[in-house]
Design a protein around this ligand. Structure first.
Ligand code: NAD
Length: 301
């Protein structure tokens, strides 16, 4: 058997070294200050992109940007506020010679985790609205302003971070599940429209990753004595190594694929693929990174 790679015409193709897959490209990553977003920022930078972190956590965002060097900048941006999104895009484009190649809608919130907050019988409408605004309106606004900036160059890739809760029910609170289904739907719709402008739109749907989001939720769920008073809104910016390990163990226990632990870097690799030209004919796709959970007969629940 041959060890050569072959193209479709049967001619041998020389192996090529792994290039920097976003060399010279300009990217915005929302919610890039920590968690999965931070892993996306780090991987994009490694692959030669200039990256703008757009987040509401100014301290963490600025610290990460300065740690990563001149290729990275931070801009304050609440993705649920249109003026913020427009300002972030305009700022990124103006400091990078008019170009925007990649826009990653990663920012998201899970919503309160108390039993009362999670039930359809007692959820709070204001809280539902807040989750939808960040998780669904945020990506829609991102698509709008990113596409306006990308259209003149007739190229660009928009990648949103949805969730396995955007594919199946029973994997998250109602507002969260509704919002993530919205992201998958928006991705398909926007891909239909923006293809005419040369812009691709895709999303990535992770299974559980031990980030501050999941660790906070776990804490709230376990500190809730069942009284549903919802007074536990603890936010851990930097969880301890012990908390991360404990959370990873919980997720491994629920996983279909035994062995590897799903890490932020695994999600970032999927986002990188959809952001780069290697996926140049893929649009409207939801790339599920779940080790098979959503296809398993023995679904968790
Ligand atoms: P995280 O809470 O650790 O980080 C989220 C980041 O988004 C933070 O830096 C936060 O400041 C920022 N953010 C929150 N609201 C914002 C807003 N309105 N505007 C701008 N920035 C905002 O969460 P994570 O686990 O890294 O999640 C990242 C994405 O991945 C989210 O969309 C989440 O729904 C999705 N996701 C996470 C998991 C998981 O298990 N961790 C699973 C599936 C999908």
């Amino acid at each position: 058997p041959s060890h050569h790679a072959w193209d479709g015409n049967g001619a041998a193709v020389a192996p090529t070294p792994m290039p920097k897959r976003l060399d010279g490209k300009v990217a915005i990553v929302t919610g890039g200050a920590r968690g999965i977003g931070e892993a996306i920022v780090r991987l994009f930078v490694k692959h030669g992109a200039r990256v703008v972190i757009a987040d509401i956590d100014d301290a963490a965002g600025e610290a990460l940007a300065s740690a990563l060097g001149p290729q990275v900048a931070f801009v304050h941006c609440d993705v649920s506020v249109e003026e913020d999104v427009k300002r972030a895009v305009d700022w990124a484009v103006s400091r990078n010679g008019g170009r925007l190649d990649v826009y990653c809608n990663n920012a998201g919130v899970l919503g309160r985790q108390t039993r009362a907050a999670k039930s359809i019988l007692s959820f709070d409408a204001g809280e539902f609205d807040r989750v939808l605004r960040v998780n669904a309106m945020g990506p829609a606004l991102g698509m709008k302003h990113a596409a306006l900036a990308m259209a003149p160059r007739r190229a660009g890739s928009i990648v949103s971070v949805a969730s396995v809760a955007g594919v199946l029910g029973g994997l998250g609170p109602h507002a969260y599940t509704a919002s993530k289904h919205a992201v998958v739907g928006l991705t398909k719709n926007a891909a239909c429209e923006l293809g005419a402008h040369g812009i691709r739109v895709n999303c990535v749907s992770p299974f559980g990753v031990a980030t501050p989001m999941l660790i906070n939720a776990w804490r709230q769920g376990h500190d809730d004595a069942g009284d549903g008073d919802g007074d536990l809104d603890i936010d851990i910016t930097v969880p301890s190594d012990e908390e991360v390990e404990k959370m990873e163990e919980v997720v491994r226990g629920l996983a279909t694929l035994k062995g590897p632990t799903l890490r932020p870097r695994d999600i970032a690799e999927a986002v990188l693929f959809l952001a780069s030209d290697e996926s140049r004919y893929i649009s409207g796709h939801n790339l599920v990174v779940d080790g098979g959970v959503t296809t398993s007969r023995n679904l968790i629940g």
